[in-house]
Design a protein around this ligand. Sequence first.
Ligand code: UT7
Length: 331
Amino acid sequence: MPQLSGLAIIGSGSAVPPAYLDNAGLSQLVDTSDEWISTRTGIRQRHLAAPEESLCSLAAEAARRALEMAALNAIDLDLIILATSTADDLFGSASKIQAEIGATKAVAFDLTAACSGFVFGMVTAAQYIRTGAYQNVLLIGADILSRWTDWSDRRTCILFGDGAGAIVMQAAESDQFLGFELRSDGSQNDCLTLAFQPQPQPLTQGISVGQGNFQPIQMNGQEVYRFAVKKVPEVIEKALFRASLTVEQVDWLLLHQANQRILDAVAERLGIPEHKVVSNMGNYGNTDAASIPLALDQYVRSGQIQPGDVIAAAGFGAGLSWGSALFRWGR
Ligand code: UT7
């Protein structure tokens, strides 16, 4: 087979846990209301994983659906990238998913870039395909943030939900991956953390180790909001410039589903009309690395996103990190 330097995004799939909590239910946990949550965020409900569910099982379900849409067998996968911040195992969960779906030929690894993880993963996958190293790549974005949420903190617990989404990317003659821009700013790391807190544990004379736990999500909501509204349009414009496309040629603005007000503000800054803005956070909340592929899959399966449509995707969040990926949907 001749080496192909282009790539196409040929399938999507998603999965969420069956149980969900609406704003009225949340109002019984913390001092909030459906009115506050829906007007400030656009979120009405979020799906939550039960204790016996795992990130791997959710991710594997999304993966199987994406493979089915792509008409590809798991055995034909060369690479699996799992974008997540909430792996079942800190050593990584991608290999377990590889085994679960029977992708025995594929190498698999985790990638952590919080809510930017899916976009960072897309760009990473694209490099492997462009160099000719791999032909068929499965990219999964999956998170179970409910396990790391402080359910007594009304400033954060209203936002998050659990889910998984996946896409299949394949080497192709005609290139559908049009441009990208990735950024990090660790000087603002404190704005959004899920950090390990070590407690000194003396072992022998003069030697101590730090043992402890990860602390629940801490966020400076206003700072993150300001950062997103300012920085996301910049990376989308940069990717458009690199692809020699204008904003009018974008069919869909597919942002990380953090807050409807952020989506609206970014769309307004870019001059993208409301009907081109992908939004499903009302039903799912902020599902971290899963939010972009979850929304993509929903719009593809409902027939709203059509083959050939130009999609401007962007993720943003902890790190701080942010990035855009510009692509055409389908073969
Ligand atoms: O995926 C990672 C990226 N994360 C994000 O993109 C999150 C970005 N930030 C946001 O989406 C918003 O900042 C929030 C939705 C988190 C908060 O909205 P806000 O409009 O920035 O609210 P605020 O923090 O300025 O709080 C306004 C008021 C405060 O009361 P006072 O001090 O004005 O009396 C809060 O105590 O609203 C209060 N408040 C609430 N009231 C009812 C905060 N949370 C709640 C709540 N219910 N859940």
